[in-house]
Design a protein around this ligand. Structure first.
Ligand SMILES: [Zn+2]
Length: 147
């Protein structure tokens, strides 16, 4: 009996790829690369959209703050004008007298000996020159700095 030779099956040597196989794997690679490029592009687009959304949000916030500030400013100006008008109306209709018909105007003398007068009813102010003479308080009643 001839000696048997054990042949262990090794890795079968793959035959070299044929041209059509090479073309196929090249096409596969190109397909993978295109898919990868697409994925990268989509990721970049998503990041860009996120950034853009964030910037839009930020801009909207700034715009809203600006509008709120402007609205507050306008309402404060309107309130100020209303107060001015009311004060002016009160001063125009004020007799600058107390109920006992005595003057409601009081005076103050400053350190330069200038006088300033104002009505305790309506807060209207006068200088020495324009204070109505018949309503001017008695000079001894006008206080000033004590030396
Ligand atoms: Zn008055």
């Amino acid at each position: 009996m001839p000696e048997q030779i054990k042949v262990t099956p090794g890795e079968p040597k793959a035959p070299p790829p044929s041209v059509s196989e090479k073309i196929q794997s090249l096409e596969e690679l190109q397909r993978l690369k295109a898919a990868l490029d697409l994925e990268i592009a989509q990721k970049q687009l998503r990041a860009l959209n996120r950034d853009e959304a964030k910037a839009d949000e930020e801009a909207a916030k700034i715009l809203m703050e600006e509008e709120n500030r402007r609205a507050l400013q306008l309402s404060m100006m309107a309130a100020h004008r209303k107060r001015d008008r009311e004060l002016q109306a009160a001063q125009l209709s004020c007799p600058h007298e107390k109920e006992n018909k005595k003057t409601a105007i009081v005076g103050l003398r400053d350190s330069q000996n200038h006088y300033i007068f104002n009505c305790q009813n309506c807060m209207k102010m006068w200088s020495e020159a324009d204070c109505p003479p018949h309503l001017r308080p008695a000079m001894e009643a006008v206080g000033g700095p004590q030396y």
